[in-house]
Structure formats: C-alpha cells, structure tokens
Design a protein around this ligand. Structure first.
Ligand code: ADP
Ligand code: MG
Length: 464
C-alpha cells in the first residue's frame, strides 16, 4: 500500500501539470544570490524533470554538483518553494557527461559554450560605480583602511600588496571597488573575487587553456582580489595564485587584497603565500561605533531623499534606535534602515520606536548565535547519550542517528560549510555530512517521530 502511494507520488508530471517556468526560477536565483554566484554556478542548472514534490535538476559536472550542494542547496530549496510549495527536495543529475583521459568528467555542451576567458572575465570585471570613495563614510573603525586605499591610488606599488581585512559587511568590497574605479581612470585594472578566480582557473584546466589564463591575469597593472580567504585548503588554486602574485609583483603591478582575517591567521594556506600577503601594508576594518553608524544612516537618508525628491519621515529618535540596535555590521544596518524607510513610505507615517520594534522583530531576534558545539551538546542531551560517544567512531544505531541529526542541524542552522562540519565531528569527511543531511531529510519527510524530534531540537536551540 505504502509502496503504491509512493509510486503515485513520484509519477513524472505531464506537460500540462507542470507549473515551474525555469527561466523565472533562474531570475530569482540571480536576484537572490547576486550575478556573480549566479553566473558562475547556478546558471548552469537545468530543469530535467518535475514531480509533485521534487525536481530533478541537471548540472554539467560532478564538481558543479558538489559545489552547489555544499554551498547553495539549503538556500535553493526555499527559492524553489516560492514557485511551488510542495517541493521538498531536489535531485541532481550530471548531464551529458563524458570521460576524458584523466578520468575527470566534463560536459560536452558546457565545453563548447565556454567563451574565451577574456570575454567572460571582461563581463565580470565590471566595477560597481556606486561603491566609490565619495559615498564611503569615514569613521574611527575604517579610517586607516580608507586612507591607505586612497594612498594606493595616488602612487601605485608603494604599498604592495595592500591587504585589507575585517568581518563581513564592514566595507571591504566597497573599498576595493573604490580603488578600482579610481585607478581605472589611469591604467588597466583587474577586479575579481577569489571565488571567481577559482572558477576561471578550473574552467581553464578543463579546457586545457592554462596558457591563456596565466597570460590574462598576469598582464594587469592593478590586480584587485576580493575575499582571498576562499583559497584556504585549495592547494592547486594556491599554487596558481602564488605564481600570479609573484609575476605581478615582479613587474611592479599594484596588488590589493581583502580577507576576513589577518594574513597570518589564514589557516590551510601555504606559509610562503601568507608571508607574501603580509609583506606589504596590512590594515583592518573594525566594527563601526555608534557615531559612524549614525553618519551612515544620515547619508543614506540624504541619498534616498535626493532620489525620491521627498523628505523622509525618520526621526532622530528612530535613527538612534536603529544605530544602537543593529550591532553586527554595516550591511545589516543598511538592510534594517531600508525596511524602516520602506515601511514609513508605504504607510506615509512618522514612525515611533515601537513601530520600529515591530517592523524589525525578526531581524533583531535572528541575532541568536547557534554554534556546532551547542548543537552537539543539545542533541546528545536530548537523546541522553554522552557527547564523546556521539562524536566517536562507533556506528551503532543509537549513536549514529543522533550524530546524523546533529550534523543535519549543523548544516541547516549554522553557516559552516560541509567540510568544516565534518571536521567538528571527529574529523569526518564532508561526504559523511552530505549523507547525514540526506538521510535525515528523507527520514523527517516519512517518519513522524523524526519530524517531531527535529522540530523540538530546533526549538530548544532557538530558545537557549
Ligand atoms: P564586506 O565586503 O566587508 O563584506 P561590503 O563592502 O560589501 O562589506 O559592505 C557592505 C555594505 O555596507 C555595502 O552596501 C557598502 O556599500 C556598505 N558600507 C560599508 N562600509 C561603508 C561606509 N563606511 N560607508 C558607506 N557604506 C558602507
Ligand atoms: Mg565583500
């Protein structure tokens, strides 16, 4: 009986029953993830089959699949649900795969579609004209980074490399972009994220076109690379980066780098690279103080006023409230401010602090930090097993299930990557984590008890 039920559920839908227009989904991916991630990875996904509750998606290679699954899948699903709420999982198929000598696989169509590196990079090398020095607000947390960035623009290769580091949303990309805009006026500038650099690196290997790749990156006079921490643990990429770096320095090109941490703190990066990165000028951006937050808010309000030609209804009191409550970073601060302004414009209302509290309820409540440690403790407690046992290599069911549940929750409730989660579970491989996530996802769809337990654990974690 149950089998039959599953059969019916899994029937491939007829053309007229299908509801998903893939182009629309892709649009939403692009909006949600940004054009960089979209065109590097998600654009390559095709819709192969549509079922009532799941989709079969095509990806060009295994590499793509693993990459997408480990980094974006948990955000792709909710996006898909907005198009069809009954979707609760996706399957990936590697489409048009064929084997080449090295045993690696790649997709024939993909291969033919690859444009010259040059063209595709030029498309991505576009600087954002809105992220310039004029609209970067100075404060005590960023003034050294700002003045160093300006100095680099005055005299190329005096500080080489310039290395700017700091937490997310504090203005690193903005500064890098501003440097690019400034120097673009006098010389040729290459601006790329480390992730995008890797993407081209891999494409070039597959295309057997490393010569072009090397040439292309080594000829810029100003090479700006964002989020270099991305190279951690990626040996091949580090090797390539090291040589690119050296040949640029040799010809006196300016290098500007951003990262989320200081050079010497880049674990799983070769020592020789770390010392090169630390060898120029290293500056950091700190969390903004109240004064800077207020200045940024006022500047944004001014811009909005100019844009919409109407005065904003945001009182000093509300400005202070937003600046005080938003503690994490400037990106969040701007997001919060946008919500408040939008609300006030739609309702044509001068907001009170209470209105703001209501509008921002979910934003400020999200601040609860859930760590892998916490998840492990709570799950072990919940199932009444010792934590060490849960993390041990023993495979008996009473230990293995809770372990899988903890991995699943770590994936769903923290921003840790699969390999990072694996390491926290007594150095397990990321494939073990993928397996755990799949198993628990599947079980919680079928098994009511599992579903309830997951729900309870989630609540416990959020309550803490
Ligand atoms: P990061 O690269 O460090 O994660 P971003 O450069 O993307 O951060 O900055 C996040 C957002 O905050 C962007 O919209 C950026 O324009 C804005 N921002 C950051 N710092 C400032 C600043 N000092 N003045 C104005 N806007 C800022
Ligand atoms: Mg950034």
């Amino acid at each position: 009986m149950e089998n039959k039920f599953i059969k019916i559920k899994e029937t491939l839908l007829n053309e007229e029953e299908k509801t998903i227009v893939w182009a629309n989904v892709q649009n939403s991916f692009e909006n949600f993830f940004g054009s960089e991630v979209y065109s590097s990875w998600l654009k390559n996904i095709t819709l192969l089959e549509e079922y009532n509750d799941y989709l079969v998606l095509g990806v060009p290679t295994r590499f793509f699949r693993d990459w997408i699954v480990s980094r974006y899948l948990d955000k792709i699903l909710p996006q898909l649900k907005t198009f069809k709420n009954s979707i609760n999982r996706v399957e990936f198929k590697i489409s048009g795969e064929r084997t080449i000598n090295s045993g690696e696989t790649f997709n024939v169509d993909d291969f033919n579609k690859v444009t010259e590196i040059k063209d595709s990079i030029l498309n991505y090398n576009r600087l954002n004209p809105n992220l310039n020095f004029d609209n970067f607000v100075a404060g005590s947390s960023n003034e050294i980074s700002l003045s160093s960035s300006k100095k680099v623009c005055e005299q190329i290769s005096r500080y080489n490399p310039l290395y700017i580091y700091g937490g997310v949303g504090l203005g690193k990309t903005h500064l890098l972009n501003a440097i690019g805009l400034e120097l673009e006026k006098k010389t040729n500038v290459m601006f790329i994220s480390a992730e995008r650099f890797m993407y081209h690196f891999i494409k070039s290997i597959k295309k057997n076109d490393m010569v072009n790749f090397k040439d292309f990156f080594r000829k810029s006079s100003v090479f700006i690379i964002d989020d270099i921490q991305f190279i951690r643990g990626k040996e091949g990429l580090q090797e390539e980066f090291f040589h690119t770096f050296n040949s640029l320095i040799d010809k006196n090109s300016q290098i500007v780098i951003s990262a989320d941490r200081a050079p010497l703190k880049l674990d799983r990066v070769q020592e020789r690279i770390k010392s090169r990165l630390a060898g120029g000028l290293v500056v950091d951006i700190d969390i903004p103080d109240l004064d800077l937050k207020i200045k940024i808010i006022k500047k944004r309000l001014e811009d909005i006023q100019n844009q919409f030609k109407e005065s904003s209804n945001i009182s000093e009191e509300v400005i202070n409230f937003v600046a005080t409550e938003s503690k994490t970073n400037i990106r969040e601060l701007i997001g919060v401010l946008n919500r408040v302004v939008t609300f006030s414009r739609i309702h044509k209302k001068i907001l009170t602090i209470n209105d703001c509290k209501n509008i921002l309820k979910d934003v400020f409540n999200q601040e609860k930090i859930i760590t892998v440690d916490k998840i492990q403790n709570i799950v072990a407690n919940f199932f009444n097993i010792p934590l060490v046992e849960m993390l041990s290599q023993r495979r008996s069911r009473p230990l293995a299930r809770p372990r899988q549940i903890a991995m699943y929750l770590a994936k769903k409730m923290t921003t840790r990557s699969l390999p990072e989660i694996g390491r926290r579970f007594a150095n397990r491989d990321h494939t073990t984590v993928i397996h755990a996530v799949k198993t628990i996802t599947r079980l919680s769809e079928k098994d009511d008890e599992m579903k309830k337990n997951i729900e309870k654990l989630r609540n416990l974690l959020l309550e803490e």
